[in-house]
Write a protein that binds this ligand. Structure first.
Ligand code: FAD
Length: 330
């Protein structure tokens, strides 16, 4: 079965987000051998290398909307850009990252085009014919459902970062590298405008896309107590996260909070330090590939979801881990 799939290749701070390549990988598989994959690049000052990177990983056509109105995310402007691509391509499906922008944009496009919408997809089961299962977590990851679209087009799907394999250059295969073209985009009147962005978090990796997250809880005891965790995260090339109790106590910024009312992360490796494992925290990290818990209480509930548990004082264990990682990597 061949399909035409459109991917919204999200950029952030002038760079393509990794989830754009993950959506592209899914698009390539959904499109089938004879299908077509199109990508939309929207922004102000879109780099030619971004289009080339998408083409090299299997996008047959990259549609570029480059306009000052697309500098920061504005729903009306991005909806117009994506709408222009939808009209030009008339895809069977549109794929976006399940990011702040993707979550805002996807239902708007779905409503505008009368499309079905499945959000926060963590796996895609493609069998023969039209029966494609989109797997998504429910009840903060305690259950999963398999959803599929009723007959009719188009579909709008958001994919959760860090769950689907990203498109690699080899995926372009013998397709010939694809092409890039300007999109017929007319900036609409904006109802609101971004005047400035105030950054709260440090310049660390995006938590949602980090392969390794080292998180601290109330057991870290102070802002300075996060330093050993930062050193471990740096040694592993990862990002630092936190429980709500650590944020409430003022040890770190709320931008680092993971859980039901914070960010949802699914890294390859999650290291929970001094975190008890309340259900609201598990909601944001229990789908991580491998979980290591460090806690001095052997009965802490976090050990119930951990693949590896270390019963001990985090201030002794974390520096030992960091030293060992640095030794192995040197
Ligand atoms: P605690 O539960 O106090 O645990 C601290 C742990 O540190 C203990 O297990 C202790 O044994 C261990 N410890 C102490 N010292 C050391 C040491 N030196 N070495 C090793 N271990 C040590 N929480 C979230 O995290 N994210 C959310 O999004 C979130 N949303 C919520 C939404 C609602 C509506 C509600 C009601 C609560 C929410 N919470 C959330 C709060 C949640 O219920 C817990 O209170 C919180 O997760 C506890 O954080 P903690 O594990 O860091 O602290």
């Amino acid at each position: 079965m061949s399909r035409t799939i459109l991917v919204f290749a999200e950029r952030r701070d002038g760079q393509l987000r990794r989830v754009a390549f993950e959506a592209l990988g899914a698009a390539r598989r959904l499109a089938g051998e004879d299908g077509a994959v199109h990508a939309v690049l929207a922004g102000s000052g879109v780099a030619a290398e971004d289009a080339a990177a998408l083409q090299a990983r299997g996008a047959d056509v990259v549609h570029i909307a480059d306009d000052p109105s697309l500098k920061d995310y504005a729903p009306e402007a991005y909806l117009a850009a994506l709408g222009a691509a939808m009209d030009a391509v008339r895809p069977d499906a549109l794929l976006l990252g399940h990011t702040g922008v993707g979550r805002d944009l996807a239902p708007r496009v779905a409503a505008a085009y009368g499309a079905g919408h499945i959000a926060d997809v963590t796996a895609i089961e493609a069998s023969s014919g039209d029966d494609i299962g989109f797997i998504r977590p429910l009840y903060a990851g305690k259950a999963f459902e398999r959803r599929s679209f009723a007959p009719g087009r188009p579909w709008v799907v958001t994919v959760r970062p860090n769950n689907l394999p990203p498109a690699e250059p080899a995926d372009a295969g013998a397709r010939g590298g694809g092409s890039a073209q300007a999109l017929a985009y007319a900036p609409p009147p904006l109802l609101t405008a971004v005047r400035g962005v105030l950054r709260r978090a440090s310049g660390q990796l995006d938590l949602a896309e980090a392969d390794v997250v080292v998180s601290g809880g109330r057991g870290v005891r102070s802002a300075a107590g996060f330093e050993p965790l930062r050193a471990l995260a740096d040694a592993l090339g990862g990002a630092v996260g936190a429980s709500r109790a650590a944020c409430d106590a003022g040890y770190c910024d709320y931008a680092l909070q993971i859980g039901q009312t914070g960010k949802v992360v699914t890294p390859q490796l999650y290291i929970a330090c001094g975190i008890s494992g309340a259900i609201q925290h598990l909601a944001g990290m229990s789908q991580s590939r491998t979980i290591i818990a460090i806690n001095k209480d052997p009965d802490a509930p976090i050990f119930g979801v951990a693949d590896y548990g270390i019963v001990g004082d985090l201030f002794e264990v974390v520096p030992l881990l960091t030293a060992e990682v640095l030794r192995v990597r040197s």
